[in-house]
Design a protein. Structure first.
Length: 318
């Protein structure tokens, strides 16, 4: 595995924003990663403190007119969860870095109609209607936020998790710590552990150093803060992520785009595809699906394919 991912490469200049690309797609498509407190990471089983719910709302990040906004508190962070009613098991949609729940606005009503399932979307910390919290991005803290929200909403087992891009990291930690909470998953051009060899991490960081330095010179925008937050924890977080495994008890469909986040770098795009293929072969119950002709934003470019794969997983695991 490592021989494939660490093979000798030329030293071409990579496309800009690859620090975000490997977690969130291009800057224009997906933006940065959500900042969360550096020292507030907790185990994914952390208990929620309190929650409130409201009637249907016209929140800017709301993905569906039929959804209800629930503001849930986890370790001082107020997080926005949007629930479209239906039967259990719930289908949970998690967008890539820099994106809030509105990313799924076109898919949610179609998915609800096709499956009759409860559909849950949410805004990670710093995005949409959720609180912005300073500090390096922490994937375990993000996983704790998602688990707390689901449990507060009554989802304690058998959820079908749909995770795009950077959300693949959240899904991997959440599912590894709580395999009974997730009955199956669809990982949509997701950030996967196999991609993050030391050489690839170093390559991505070096390619993005000028832009990170520029963001630090003027950190006043949310996009700059998100880029800085991602950069501050990027190396140790992804070194650790490279060692994480998906539990064999949870089936997963691995969708990979044809163009990947590295459309301008064929070599790195192939490494991304190789990582998806290796992940799919690494355990039982894993299926690899290629979204032909799609950019990294498969839910936008190939929504029917994403809908079909979610329906299959929900029908099997329901």
């Amino acid at each position: 595995m490592k021989n494939i991912l660490t093979r000798r490469r030329t030293h071409r200049v990579l496309p800009t924003m690859l620090l975000l690309a490997v977690t969130a797609g291009t800057l224009t498509a997906c933006g940065g990663a959500a900042p969360t407190p550096a020292n507030s990471a907790s185990s994914a089983s952390a208990a929620p403190t309190s929650s409130t719910s409201a009637a249907p709302t016209s929140s800017a990040s709301e993905p569906s007119a039929d959804s209800t906004l629930h503001m849930i508190n986890n370790e001082g962070r107020r997080l926005a969860f949007h629930v479209t009613p239906g039967h259990l098991p719930a289908i949970v949609l998690d967008a890539g870095g820099g994106l809030d729940s509105s990313y799924w606005k076109d898919l949610v009503p179609k998915l609800a109609a096709a499956t009759g399932s409860e559909i849950i979307t949410y805004d990670r910390a710093g995005l949409g209607d959720s609180d912005e919290v300073p500090g390096p991005w922490d994937v375990k803290s993000a996983a704790s936020d998602l688990e707390t929200g689901l449990r507060e909403l009554g989802v304690t087992r058998n959820a079908v998790l749909v995770s795009h891009s950077q959300a693949g990291e959240v899904a991997t930690y959440l599912t590894g710590a709580n395999p009974r909470l997730v009955s199956g998953a669809v990982l949509v051009d997701a950030s996967l552990p196999e991609f993050y060899t030391d050489s690839e991490i170093a390559r991505v960081v070096a390619a993005n150093k000028p832009q990170v330095d520029a963001a630090k010179a003027d950190p006043s925008t949310k996009e700059n803060r998100q880029l800085i937050a991602t950069a501050e924890s990027y190396v140790p977080m992804h070194q650790a992520y490279h060692q994480v495994s998906w539990p064999d008890s949870v089936p997963v469909t691995v969708m990979v785009s044809e163009k990947t986040p590295f459309d301008g770098s064929p070599e790195d795009a192939q490494l991304w595809r190789d990582a998806a293929a290796m992940f799919a072969k690494a355990g039982p119950g894993r299926t690899l699906v290629t979204a032909e002709g799609s950019s990294h934003n498969i839910p936008i470019d190939r929504p029917d394919l994403v809908l079909s794969e979610i329906e299959k997983m929900a029908a099997t695991r329901g």
